[in-house]
Write a protein that binds this ligand. Structure first.
Ligand code: ADP
Ligand code: MG
Length: 707
């Protein structure tokens, strides 16, 4: 048995150190899989059931060795007290004192350059300045080398500055360290800021619940509330747990959850979801799910796990960093030694050039800016009510060339209205709907719900049915006393040798029969969702080659809707298992490097959602099946969000590519200039810090809202 356990790594901000920790944990024999989420500083480890403790001990050892300042804590036991401040690359970066030391070092350097004193004093000044900013970096580099971790930033900057100092470029030596430090502080601030911005978007976690206790109320944590308890939610408060209103009436705002900003009115007996904000009235809610099972927990968990599912480019860049740095260091060594041995130029000249190489060999900005871009893309999507379960899915949306849609509940609203009740001769409309409601009572199909809703208005007692069986894609069969009652489509009638009336009307027909006697039909109709045609057109213009519809509905109805919204190919009269078969065939037919998505509502299409490259659930909120089996959940019913997801995914990939190109381009450019001797150490350090900041700022663009 495999068990997944999560730990918080407080104080971890260095991406390359993180990937080393991840690597080493992965190599533990009992460990099956590891995911380190740099945005939430969590590591989740799947390990063999009985070895959880052993793994935890090994994890602590590994972290101690690689990043001594990081604190490991068990997320299941310790409540997360968010304190993520200020550690950097293995040493405590006390920003203020660091900044002060940099300032003093600069003053000392200036003094040594401009004061009219003798050479020894000048040297003493600058040496002191160098020690002030360099000692910590050099000590840390030394410690890391002892731990077998050579090519980190401390090492690169330490060697570069020490080299410059030794060859007499002392001002540069101090400058390298000062600008490196400034860059680190700014980088740290930028990362912290966007982490905060993004998590603030998802600030839906309720802090407390007002538990009703007889006539008084008590403030408790949401975890303590049990199913069946009654909680009170006042105006302005977050609804902490899912439940049903027992008292009161109010408008609630589900913006944080669904991106939908229009408040809806709710009243007695209606269901409300946790995470929504109660706007005006006082509500009493009978809790129907524990906090862990409530919508808000599910969504938080989903968003937090999202950045641990890494996109290919994220994985690539961590791997790349592992080779890039040593290679550049080796080139630097060659540049320093080979030309001198060949008698070209002077040794100090080549060493100087090599030092510029070292400065720009640091890949950390790249390593952090890529996951930050994906995190931003996921955060930006969430703001529109699109929940993407991982960077890998956000990235896969880029490569879609086929999108397959379910009809009912996806292209249509899935809310049927009774249009007509047409009984056969000798049957009354009342009898017909009464019988239909008695049968459909057990079903959760949207058609059944509409019949129940209509029937509820008449409020007559239902017949007690026995042996109710729902045949997916057909309808329902049940026993009432000695009779068999059928309620479903023409196919259900035909396989039971009942001859239904032929109807040719817009909508879906529910035929009702008793034994072999046909009793009549109910015509129900479902509306097409808003913006379906325009979204499908837009998807085409975004490069989606094929749009396909799968439905269990009759051919005529299916064709009518499909053609109206501009679907390319329509498959109708399918049973749920046929949908899986056809989808698999479509998946095998498509171009190999392209991907295929399925958009469904989670009602009887969860299997297809699960096997799609990208499974997208419409209006998934409230449907557990959809939230669980889909990769992307459109939480509001906004159909346009499908094309918006494609746009966000494109934008995120563009930002990632830009970052890779800019960072590597500048670095390689400077290496070439350095060889020619055109550039200086000054230039190298400015470029390195500048590129890092540009990449980070660019990454934060991914979370901006788009049209
Ligand atoms: P879709 O593929 O469009 O989502 P389904 O597979 O859920 O549709 O259902 C296909 C058809 O089966 C429906 O159009 C309806 O005619 C019939 N059907 C399914 N369930 C029921 C039910 N509970 N009552 C009546 N008819 C039903
Ligand atoms: Mg459906």
């Amino acid at each position: 048995m495999v068990k997944i356990k999560k730990y918080a790594l407080n104080g971890l901000t260095c991406a390359s150190c993180a990937s080393k920790i991840e690597e080493e944990v992965r190599r533990l024999p009992e460990v099956d899989d590891v995911n380190l989420n740099l945005m939430t500083n969590e590591i989740s480890i799947s390990t063999i059931e009985g070895k959880v403790e052993e793994t935890a001990k090994s994890l602590i050892k590994i972290v101690k060795r690689l990043e001594p300042s990081v604190v490991v804590s068990d997320l299941d036991q310790v409540k997360q007290s968010e304190d993520e401040h200020g550690h950097h690359h293995g040493f405590e970066l006390n920003k203020k004192s660091y900044a002060l030391r940099m300032l003093v070092a600069l003053l000392l350097t200036a003094a040594s350059a401009f004061l009219d004193v003798n050479k020894e004093i000048k040297f003493a000044f600058i040496l002191l300045g160098y020690i002030l900013v360099g000692a910590e970096v050099l000590i840390q580099a030394g410690k890391n080398i002892l731990r077998g971790q050579i090519f980190d930033e401390n090492f690169l900057m330490g060697i570069a500055s020490l080299g410059a100092f030794i060859i007499g470029e002392r001002v540069e030596a101090v400058a390298v360290l000062v600008f490196y430090g400034v860059g680190e502080i700014l980088q740290d601030m930028a990362v912290e800021k966007s982490k905060k911005d993004i998590t603030a978007l998802m600030d839906i976690r309720p802090d407390y619940a007002n538990l009703k206790d007889g006539n008084s109320e008590r403030i408790v944590s949401p975890e303590e509330v049990k199913v069946g308890d009654v909680i009170i939610v006042k105006p302005g408060e977050k609804i902490p747990l899912d439940g049903v209103i027992t008292e009161g009436k109010s408008f609630i705002d589900s913006k944080a959850l669904t991106g939908e900003s229009v408040p809806v009115e709710v009243t007695k007996e209606e269901e409300v979801l946790s995470g929504c904000i109660n706007m005006n009235g006082v509500l009493e809610i009978k809790v129907s799910k524990t906090f862990g099972e409530s919508t808000v927990s599910k969504i938080l968990e989903l968003v937090q796990n999202a950045s641990s599912k890494k996109a290919e480019s994220e994985k690539f860049i961590t791997k790349f960093a592992r080779y890039y740095t040593p290679i550049v260091v080796i080139i630097a060594l060659l540049v320093a030694i080979v030309p001198t041995l060949l008698g070209i130029g002077t040794a100090s000249d080549w060493v100087y050039k090599a030092l510029s190489f070292l400065i720009i060999s640091c890949p950390c900005a790249l390593v952090i800016s890529i996951p930050l871009s994906f995190f931003g893309g996921i955060g930006g999507s969430a703001r529109h009510g699109i929940l993407v379960k991982g960077g890998n899915y956000l990235d896969a949306i880029n490569d879609l060339d086929t999108i397959v849609f379910d009809k009912t509940g996806t292209l249509t609203k899935g809310v049927f209205e009774i249009q007509e009740i047409v009984p056969a001769k000798g049957v009354s409309a009342d009898e017909l709907i009464h019988l239909a409601a008695s049968v459909e009572n057990q079903s959760t199909h949207p058609i059944a719900k509409s019949i129940m809703k209509y029937y509820g208005e008449n409020n007559k007692e239902l017949f007690i049915m026995k042996q109710i069986t729902e045949k997916a894609g057909h309808g329902i069969i049940a026993n009432y006393e000695d009779d068999i009652i059928y309620s479903g489509n023409a196919r259900l009638m035909e396989i039971n040798n009942i001859r239904p009336t032929k109807v040719n009307k817009a909508g879906t027909i529910v035929h009702i029969a008793k034994n072999k006697d046909y009793l009549g039909y109910i015509l129900v109709a479902d509306e097409i969702r808003d913006q379906v045609s325009s979204t499908i057109k837009e998807l085409k213009s975004l490069g989606i080659k094929k749009t396909i519809m799968l439905t269990g509905d009759q051919k005529e109805k299916a064709d009518e809707i499909g053609n109206k919204v501009g679907i390319d190919k329509i498959y109708s009269e399918l049973l749920p298992q046929d949908k899986v078969k056809i989808f698999e065939r479509l998946r095998d037919e498509k171009t190999s490097n392209k991907k295929i998505a399925f958009v469904g509502d989670g009602i009887n299409d969860a299997p297809v959602l699960a096997i799609a490259d990208v499974g997208i659930a419409m209006g998934g909120i409230g449907s557990d099946a959809a939230i669980e089996s889909a990769d992307v959940v459109i939480m509001n019913d906004n159909f346009e969000n499908i094309s918006r997801a494609v746009k966000i995914s494109r934008k995120t990939r563009r930002i990632v590519t830009e970052n890779i190109v800019i960072a590597l381009g500048v670095k390689i450019g400077i290496m070439i200039l350095a060889l020619w001797g055109i550039t200086s150490i000054w230039f190298a350090i400015f470029a390195d810090v500048g590129v890092a900041l540009i990449a980070l700022l660019n990454a934060t663009r991914a979370m901006k809202l788009i049209k």
